[in-house]
Design a protein around this ligand. Structure first.
Ligand SMILES: [Zn+2]
Length: 103
């Protein structure tokens, strides 16, 4: 991935479109690195959403921001109630009558 670097940690300069590559084994919190074009020393970076866990968290947080916690709660409750209704109907009426009622 290409990143614009301002005040490089290795040489204090600016680098445009510096190509970062992922660590094979991430070094603590850092996920990517690139050699500084001035002195060749590694510039370390943590890419947001680099791990699967971070990607899932980003999706959940995005959904909460878009729909709000109430909407998510209502959706979960509705799905649970529907499942319970179907289950109860199946027990009361049996699968054939349940299927006919829902035609
Ligand atoms: Zn540099």
């Amino acid at each position: 991935m290409k990143v614009d670097i301002r005040k490089c940690a290795r040489c204090d300069g600016d680098h445009d479109d510096l190509e970062f590559r992922p660590f094979d084994l991430p070094a603590r919190k850092f996920t990517h690195w690139a050699p500084c074009p001035t002195n060749g020393e590694p510039v370390l970076m943590t890419a947001k959403g680099a791990t699967l866990e971070e990607q899932v968290t980003t999706i959940i947080v995005g959904d909460l921001r878009r729909n709000g916690p109430m909407a998510q709660l209502i959706m979960a409750t509705l799905m649970k109630e529907t499942a319970e209704m179907i289950a109860k109907d199946l027990v009361t009426n049996g699968p054939i009558r349940h299927a006919m009622r829902n035609l």
